[in-house]
Design a protein around this ligand. Structure first.
Ligand SMILES: NC(=O)c1ccc[n+]([C@@H]2O[C@H](COP(=O)([O-])OP(=O)(O)OC[C@H]3O[C@@H](n4cnc5c(N)ncnc54)[C@H](O)[C@@H]3O)[C@@H](O)[C@H]2O)c1
Length: 337
């Protein structure tokens, strides 16, 4: 199988690439390194069945070549992370809408199989959980920057389904709910890596709002397995599938759990949303996926419990930060990056 992964130097994309390279697929990635990192490709670069282009998915000439050479395309390149999206809504929409349109236009020429990654954000302000793929979607107004991400991803979903219905391009949409794991960065507002890094460094653990908002976290290994299952299933064409976990936890409980697992004495501090993001910021209070549709199609069920997931990420960050306990107060001190 010849596979193209856009956004392959990112968190999920690099794990997906490693999995596909390991089973012998020919993997090409295109990534502009805007939020991804060349370090994520370290292991991949040693394989002969791997190549990469540091470029944008909006470079149509390059994209025409790499789409043409691929049997299947995993489109992950996107502007990601609440902080980045609130700060750069125009870039968010250009990358997320135009980038997807280019991938689908090119894939349509030879009817290549395309998986589009969407997000639980599209469920918006719904408060009845679990969220089913066929539910109505309630998004906030356009003057609240954070909704540009959900709207742009929702347009991507419409595009993917339209290309299947109108042009018979075999597309599938994966709506992912909070995927976490090694290599995810906390730089753009991702809660798990941020809290873990803060705990390891002995800094305050910052919880936005009052911490009562809940999330369900899925390990990247489970998520990438689901992505491959969907991309390769012929009956998935033209449909949307939730990927996630139903193990719900509030962000405050998450911070407490991280503290306990790290063995940290850090304080938990609360930051108002207006200070963390922007005045009038609206959060989604709950997000729990209904997984019956994907379970019926490919037998997907998450395999890792939250403590196991957090332990894996803590191990990764400990290695990265090379932290040591240095004083009797139990503070961790960073000695190398
Ligand atoms: N991590 C999650 O919890 C989650 C949840 C829902 C959906 N998603 C979706 O999964 C995909 C991957 O997300 P991630 O968590 O790995 O984030 P990530 O930021 O690590 O990955 C996105 C990658 O896309 C690249 N990119 C951005 N703009 C680009 C462009 N114009 N051209 C080429 N590359 C570009 C970035 O450099 C980065 O490597 C995204 O589409 C995201 O919307 C992720």
């Amino acid at each position: 199988m010849r596979v193209l992964i856009t956004g392959g130097a990112g968190f999920i994309g690099s794990h997906l690439a490693e999995r596909l390279v390991a089973r012998g697929d020919e993997v090409t990635i295109v990534d502009d390194l805007s939020t991804g990192s060349i370090h994520n490709l370290k292991a991949l670069k040693t394989f002969n069945n791997f190549e990469y282009f540091i470029d944008s998915v909006t470079n149509e000439r390059l994209m025409a070549e790499v789409v043409d050479s691929a049997d299947v395309i995993y489109h992950l390149a996107a502007a990601v992370g609440v902080k980045l999206i609130v700060e750069s809504p125009t870039r968010t929409m250009k990358t997320n809408i135009r980038g997807t349109e280019i991938v689908l236009e090119l894939a349509a020429k030879k009817k290549k199989r395309v998986l589009i990654t969407s997000t639980s954000e599209v469920y918006g302000k719904q408060d009845t959980v679990p969220f089913q793929e066929g539910n109505d979607l309630v998004l906030g107004p356009p003057d609240k920057g954070r909704w540009s991400y959900a709207c742009s991803k929702l347009i991507d979903e419409f595009l993917a389904i339209a290309y299947w219905k109108e042009k018979r391009v075999p597309t599938v949409v994966a709506r992912m709910f909070n995927v976490v794991g090694p290599r995810q960065t906390g730089r753009y507002g991702m809660v798990v890596p941020s809290l873990i890094k803060q705990a390891l460094l002995g800094n305050d653990l910052t919880v936005f709002g009052d911490g009562s908002q809940t999330r369900c976290f899925t390990h990247v290994t489970d998520a990438t397995q689901a992505l491959i299952g969907l991309a390769e299933h012929p009956e998935a064409n033209g449909s949307v599938y939730n990927i996630g976990s139903t193990d719900e936890i509030s962000v405050l409980e998450l911070a407490q759990r991280v503290k306990r697992l790290v063995g940290s004495n850090s304080q938990i501090v609360f930051i108002p949303y207006s200070q963390a993001y922007e005045e009038g910021f609206e959060d989604m209070m709950r997000r729990v996926p209904d997984l019956s549709k994907i379970n019926q199609l490919i037998g997907y069920a998450p395999s890792m419990a939250l403590d196991e997931i957090l332990a894996d990420i803590i191990r990764h960050h400990r290695g990265e930060l090379n932290v040591v306990r240095t004083n009797e107060l139990g503070k961790f001190v960073r000695i190398s990056a």
